[in-house]
Every structure is written in C-alpha cells, then in structure tokens.
Design a protein around this ligand. Structure first.
Ligand SMILES: C[S@@+](CC[C@H](N)C(=O)[O-])C[C@H]1O[C@@H](n2cnc3c(N)ncnc32)[C@H](O)[C@@H]1O
Length: 332
C-alpha cells in the first residue's frame, strides 16, 4: 500500500470511529484535529488552494492593504506558507507561521529557496502556540466548506485572547453563512430511494428505512455544485465577527421563514459562505459566482414543487454549528 492509500485508509478509520464517538465535544475536537492534519498532509489539497484564483486574489489584495511595514503577523495554519510569504513580502517585520502538519517542512523549504528570512515556522497546534510579544495581525484561512467546520471561531478566538494586541486585526474577520433553498440543475435531481418509481417499479416499500439513514446520506457535498436556481432571495442566516466571536456565540438553531420568488422544485438547501476582510474585500463560494476550491454542502429533503409567493419555514438544529455531523434540518 502506498503512502497516499495508507493515509486515506487512516482517514476513513478516523471518520468511522469519529461518527461513533463523536457525540462528545472533547472527542469530536480531538478526532477533528487528527482528521484535519491527515487531510492537509495530502499535497493535492494545497495544489487546489494555490490554484484557486478567487481565494488567492482576495487574500493577496487584503494582505497588501492591511499588513503594514513593521507588523508582527501570526499565520494560523500556514500549510505551504503562502499567506505567510505574502505577509512577509508586504513588509511584516516578523511572521510566525503555525502548522500542525508536516506540510510545514515544504513551507520551510520554499522560504529558504526564495530567500525569505523573516518567517519563524512553528510546528504545533495553534492552541499550544505561545508568543512572547503580542501580534498586530492574525491571518488565517480556516474556512471550511460549511464555513465553521474547520473550527475557525474556536482557533481564532483562542489566539486572539492569548497573542493578539488589543485592537489588532484578524484577516478575514467577517463571516456569513448561507443556507439557501435551491433547485438542482437538470439531470441532478435525486429523490430519496423510497421516492423512486423507475419504469413502474416502486421503491416505496423502503420508506421504512428512511429514519435509519446515516447523516452522510442526507448531507451531500458537491464539487462543483450542480446549481439550477435559488428559490428565494439569498440572505445570510449567521453573521459572525472574529474580532469578538467565541464558539458559544454560534447558534444551535437556525430558523427562517421566506417567500419563494422563483418557483420550481425545492430539492434541498445549498450551504455556502462569504468571508470579509473589511467593507470592500470579500470572497465567497456562492454557486452564483466564480468557482473556487471549496466544495458545496447540500442538505437533502424530499423534493417538492413550490410556487412564487409561497412561504417556506426552515429549521436547522445543530448540536454544534462547527460540526455538520450534528446537524438536523426540516421544512415545516
Ligand atoms: C485550509 S488550509 C490553508 C493553508 C494555507 N494557509 C493557505 O491558505 O493555503 C489550513 C491549514 O491549517 C492547518 N491547521 C488547521 N488547524 C490548525 C491548528 N489549529 N493549528 C495549526 N495548524 C492548523 C492545516 O493542517 C492546513 O494546512
């Protein structure tokens, strides 16, 4: 078995154990850290992120605008080091690049090869990172497909409290989560198995299995998202500012009532985000915008026809908004 296959096998085992033990927050956090490290030790993840023009363009512009000569910058989760390099080039006096995975060795090599000397690399988990002085900026890209699922609020809040100067900046700091009712593109409709009738063969008898279906059957992740159209006017359901947020601020219930403005078939809910550095600099993985390296989670429901003017009421209950495996949703 080669190293990549071995990592994939470990990742699957970790996830399988995780789904059994994951009902406890402490276990969930530990398993998440292991899974995250293994995921980002796959260099392909970094290929995709570096090649993502939307993501890189947004960070490049924001760093050029916010990093001032002389700043001390902490790069949380440096990966290949790219954000640390951009900050160093923008004039930072010193960049502390933190990474818990072995990719940090690649980042070190790239820094050496490019003659970048004002970065100190720390191979550690951010919660164990300590800094004798206070930093001007925390830079991070801890944004998950479901926005909070890379535990950005937890990790940034911890560093903010321990290492950021009062009034220091966090890039990006404004996060918005969207959960939009959507019709999938033609050819991607996918009723649940028990709703199928193929050539007169009904699968209705399987309805009894519905309740036992694992979360991963209802929570799908698309890359790219087969977008048909949004049925309502998009509106953020959670808005967070990392300048002050702590995990306890994240809601455990998201609920809304909305009017259908474009009728069709309601297939489920598309999850995406907007992340902002300031009033002008934002990026998003909205299916309406240019594709990015993020995948798009999709919350399945039984498809149903909807008419313009109709009101729909959506509820998401989350044991922990950072852990999509704890999410349950319904349409009333
Ligand atoms: C989404 S990648 C971003 C990498 C890089 N900053 C970039 O923009 O290309 C997140 C990186 O953070 C690392 N990471 C995640 N959580 C961390 C933590 N709490 N402490 C240290 N590293 C972490 C992961 O291993 C991964 O390399």
């Amino acid at each position: 078995m080669n190293a990549r296959a071995a990592r994939a096998r470990i990742r699957r085992s970790v996830m399988a154990v995780g789904s059994r033990l994951g009902s406890h927050e402490w276990t969930r956090r530990l398993l998440y850290a292991m899974k995250n490290r293994l995921t980002f030790e796959d260099l392909y993840q970094h290929d995709r992120m570096l090649a993502d023009r939307v993501r890189m363009g947004a960070y490049r512009r924001a760093i050029a605008r916010h990093v001032q000569p002389g700043d001390v910058v902490v790069d949380l989760g440096t990966g290949t080091g790219i954000l640390a390099f951009l900050a160093a080039r923008a004039g930072a006096r010193l960049v502390h690049a933190i990474e818990h995975g072995e990719t940090i060795e690649h980042a070190r090599a790239v820094a050496r090869a490019n003659g970048i000397t004002n970065i100190v690399f720390h191979r550690t988990h951010s919660t164990r990172f300590e800094l004798p002085e206070r930093a001007d900026i925390i830079l991070h890209e801890q944004i998950g497909d479901a926005l909070f699922d890379e535990r950005v609020v937890e990790h940034v809040a911890d560093l903010r409290r321990r290492v950021l100067k009062p009034g220091g900046r966090i890039l990006p700091s404004r996060l918005e989560l969207f959960i939009e009712p959507v019709q999938l593109a033609e050819g991607f409709e996918s009723p649940f198995l028990w709703e199928e009738n193929v050539d007169g063969i009904s699968f209705r008898v399987l309805e009894a299995i519905a309740a036992a279906q694992p979360h991963r059957y209802r929570y799908r992740v698309f890359r790219p998202f087969p977008h048909g159209h949004f049925l309502c006017r998009p509106e953020a359901v959670v808005r967070t500012n990392l300048a002050t947020a702590v995990p306890a601020d994240l809601p455990r219930r998201v609920t809304y009532e909305r009017e259908i403005v474009a009728g069709g078939r309601l297939d489920g809910f598309c999850v995406y985000f907007r992340a902002g550095f300031d009033d002008q600099h934002w990026f998003t993985n909205s299916p309406l915008e240019r594709p990015t390296s993020w995948a798009t989670p999709f919350l399945r429901i039984s498809p149903r026809p909807v008419e313009p003017g109709e009101q729909i009421r959506f509820t998401l209950d989350a044991g922990n908004l950072q852990a999509p495996s704890t999410w349950a949703w319904r349409l009333e």
